[in-house]
Design a binder for this molecule. Structure first.
Ligand code: PGA
Length: 263
């Protein structure tokens, strides 16, 4: 796991956008796994700026979002579909026919979940998966206790997640109780994973998933089993890491290796 500690949330967004753009520049037909929430917003702003500056072309990209609330129509102002259209797809030249989100209003959820997994497989699999992390250690909406081998399914949100997300709604009572989310197994199938965390509220979850044991109790800890994970942290979210100095040292060496001219 490559743990990169950056100065602040703006630096995290810049670096994340740089990594995503490089992926798409190297392979314009990349399959991206995308996330919603407060954390990736600044990254999406950077992507929009780079698109407007003609630095990157997303028109051939296929994307799969991690999750969606059950019961919210696609055009609901708090649906993740609306979030993606408002903050990224509609502003950065994505082909909407290639942008997929789980269907929170499906008539048959089991079939919709199987179909979502099949679509990801049919696309050739996810090249780069973007993730945030919940204060309870969740990735996507895989709450503590989720099977580390789970696939796309319905998941009940914890009270903590619902209260964390209440800031986007008028009250916590309006936050849906269920979500449709890709599984941890689905996420682990991605070629590369990029997890972002910013702010003091994430410090405990960040320490647990990087330095604690692999456990269903901290779903993000499953990423320890994946060979290509980059974690971008600001100083606040990295504040509880015991080995922070070591990660900084490793990163310095890594950057030197990447920038030194090859003989
Ligand atoms: P946040 O959510 O970015 O809004 O903090 C992260 C998550 O729940 O994965």
């Amino acid at each position: 796991m490559r743990v990169v500690i950056l100065e602040d949330a703006a630096a995290v967004a810049q670096r994340a956008a740089e990594i995503i753009c490089r992926q798409v520049q190297d392979n314009p037909q990349s399959v991206l796994g995308l996330a919603t929430g407060g954390t990736p917003l600044a990254t999406y702003r950077c992507l929009v700026q780079r698109y407007e500056a003609d630095e990157v072309d997303f028109s051939q990209v296929t994307s799969f979002n991690l999750d969606e609330y059950v019961g919210l129509p696609k055009d609901h102002e708090q649906s993740y579909s609306t979030f993606m259209h408002q903050n990224l797809f509609g502003k950065a030249g994505f082909d909407l026919n290639k942008c997929f989100l789980p269907d929170g209003t499906a008539e048959n959820f089991e079939a919709a979940c199987d179909d979502y997994e099949r679509r990801i497989d049919d696309s050739g699999g996810i090249d780069l998966q973007l993730l945030g992390i919940g204060t309870d250690g969740h990735i996507a909406f895989n709450e503590p206790g989720s099977s580390l081998a789970s696939r796309t399914r319905i998941k009940t949100l914890t009270e903590r997640t619902r209260s964390d997300n209440a800031r986007f709604f008028d009250s916590v009572d309006q936050v849906p109780k269920l979500s449709i989310t890709v599984g941890i197994g689905t996420i682990l199938d991605s070629d590369r994973i990029l997890l972002l965390a910013t702010g003091k509220s994430k410090a405990s979850a960040v320490r647990s998933f990087i330095e604690g044991p692999v456990s269903a109790n901290v779903p993000a800890s499953a990423l320890q089993m994946h060979p290509k994970v980059t974690v971008l942290l600001d100083e606040d979210s990295a504040g509880w890491l015991v080995r922070a100095d070591y990660y900084r040292e490793v990163e310095q060496v890594q950057r030197e290796l990447e920038t030194s001219p090859k003989s």
